[in-house]
Design a protein around this ligand. Sequence first.
Ligand code: ADP
Ligand code: MG
Length: 698
Amino acid sequence: MSTVTDIFGSMVFDDRVMRATLSSKVYASLRKTIDEGSELDISVANAVAEAMKEWAVSKGATHYTHWFQPLTGITAEKHDSFISPSPDGAVIMEFSGKELIKGEPDASSFPSGGLRATFEARGYTAWDPTSYAFIKGKTLCIPTAFCSYGGPALDKKTPLLRSMEVLSKQAIRILKLFGADDVKRVVSSVGPEQEYFLVTREMYEKRPDLRFSGRTLFGAKPPKGQELDDHYFGVIKPGVAAYMEDLNEELWKLGILAKTEHNEVAPAQHELAPIYSTTNVATDHNQLTMEIMQKVAAKHGLVCLLHEKPFAGVNGSGKHNNWSISTDTGKNLLSPGDTPAQNAQFLLFLCAVIKAVDDYQDLLRISVATAGNDHRLGANEAPPAVISMFLGDELNAVLEAIEKDKPYAGTKKTVMKLGVDVLPKFNRDTTDRNRTSPFAFTGNKFEFRMLGSSNSIACANIMLNAAVAESLKQYADKLEGAKDFEKALHDLIKKTVKDHKRIIFNGNGYDDAWIKEATEKRGLLNYKTTADCMPHLLDKKNVKMLTELGVFSKEELDSRCEIMLENYCKSVMIEAGTMVDMARTQIAPAVERYAGDVAKKASVKRELVPSLKCKYETDLVKTLSSLLDEIEDGVKKLEDAMVAIGNISGIIEESAAIRDKILPAMSELRLPCDKAETLTDKSYWPFPTYADLLFGVK
Ligand code: ADP
Ligand code: MG
């Protein structure tokens, strides 16, 4: 039996392998590129490619691919084999530096939102040496960024790398003011906690809704749901345990630090959390994790559902994005320090995040917007669509004291002046837990909880990095020119608290009273759906910030807005079509058959005993018949709404119509169908029920 340490990273061309297979000169040069972003010489690239190929072939690989993340939200790959003909009729395995650095997939079918006409469907992929190459199956995968000729990014990785760059640059300006001249880079790190459901493949195959849209579009509430909370952290069933074991092993081979796993609140729901890593690596790893989760499930006769809301009335799945920023010298900038100066610096970075979240609530909401996640945000288990921040009582009291120039108990009743008084030490373990906040400080990091389980974490981190970089940039502009640094710093923190305290909320985020207060008194945004928020990506202030920082160009933003809205429209329209189909060809016929059989049996009884009233049968047949009428009405209404969508031009108008007409018609159709399910003999029902699905994995 091989041990975890044996298999960990065994399929990754990581630092250990580089060191062992590259000459010291080539290794040093590559390391410089990875650590400092310096340009890579072609001779070095050739040497790296050769070593990579030798290593990959020794592990059984026959192909290589540039692995990238187009705007579809999944990953893409196009495999090329290493083989090259040799004059004697045999083949040799070849891989050049050029092939490593740059690839040209035929990109015509990837969404580009008008950035590129299909006839000039040329895009290229460029190696991201900061994310290690790995082997999946028989293919060497090279993590890359994906751009079109002429520049605009066609993927999620490119803007993510840009956002990390600007955050580093602005944070270094601030650190210099505090005398930290040795810092060369600041990196943002993420640990994404991934939720998912497992159902049996056999049942999954019988549900067109799950197969086509990833979620159930029909289904009456089961007699037992999550009321008892008995699943949360409960004993893991043998079938699930075997799956998790296998999953961990596959992830470890790829160098993914899968660390914890447990049952979640809903039955059949589970969570996997890795140890955090640099944002771009974490993003690559999370994409891989989602892919491997599905592959391993298939081996176990299961299907892993990554949809945000697979079951109505049962908790949905999210992805908690634990985010922090730290220096290359190993200091977490969101960790309170021991000395007054360190604490002042901590408070400044904290304020930068507070300001960023308040100024760019809309961008954060947009970064997690999908048709699937709309069902989750605002439902009773997830954070609401209104963004607010949780800091905990202690930190809150500190900020309040600074804002009001009032004494703070933690500093021996003296008026707090930054840089003079020692702030209390914040113990990570004493920060209170608030599970309802969309954006919570958890001692030395922030937990952004609005991400949907199927989202790429790239978008959220792009916006977060960019917005915080913008705060830091404004701070640095002010502080660099200040005559009295300490006073300027104090004023800046005070002003930030004053201007942005509306975003801080330490209460229960699920409470309706909070939504009212947030929107009416505090003026916070409440974009309930993707159709509501997405157009604001192009608001002047957002375009200005993102383009001035160089994270996106205006045309990239235009295209992304269009692609995201298109995606929303397509997802909902697929669901609507699936509903029409299931209601008409499966549900209505089943109900009709059952009602007919009941009626037949009643008439047989009456023939036998003419005095019988058969009230039960008569009432049931009546109810089922009127439900059948409602189902037919609902189907027609939904179909009409779908036809009307076809006549709308403009993606913003279309998405609004889908929100206003299609989604309500879908809910309306679902009602009589679910009602009929509760009245129909189970043996007639055409597909597995919620109870079957949720409690089916043994
Ligand atoms: P919690 O109890 O809040 O869920 P954990 O310690 O279990 O906290 O961590 C949850 C996730 O946060 C893990 O993926 C972990 O690696 C990640 N994490 C921990 N510290 C940091 C940090 N400084 N920056 C980013 N992510 C972190
Ligand atoms: Mg958590």
